[in-house]
Design a protein around this ligand. Sequence first.
Ligand code: TYD
Length: 133
Amino acid sequence: MNKTIPYLFQIKGIGSEINGYITVAQSPEISFDVKRVYWTYYTPEDIVRGHHAHKSLQQVIFAINGSIVFNLENRPGEKYRFALDHPSKGLYIPPLYWRTIELSRNAVLLCLASEKYDENDYIRDYDVFKKEK
Ligand code: TYD
């Protein structure tokens, strides 16, 4: 299902403070077939990543380490701010959300994506994004 509103969700960790935890990402929390996985790391604190939207890509993001803030905006101008501050928290991002991403220096951002990499799926100009029909 291709949803239209971004949302944060939590996947309960399996385990304990004594033995450590395992968290599993699968259906139904992941509602699309995952065709690509990528991760980013070692982002300097003063760098803001993102600055783009996707035409059709769906994503689920985890902060496997550190903390990450996602600022999202859709074309009508609705804005969302999500904090990923624990490895058990996931963020679903539907198509057509402009995003800027702030990462702590130790952050590892893991993305599960519904499509393989396609630069043609990107909108990298904010004004074009706001106007695109
Ligand atoms: P980009 O998606 O713009 O990263 P961010 O939103 O984190 O700033 O991608 C950065 C660069 O990496 C860009 O040149 C495209 C390239 N890239 C790939 O080649 N394959 C991929 O799957 C991804 C996500 C990016």
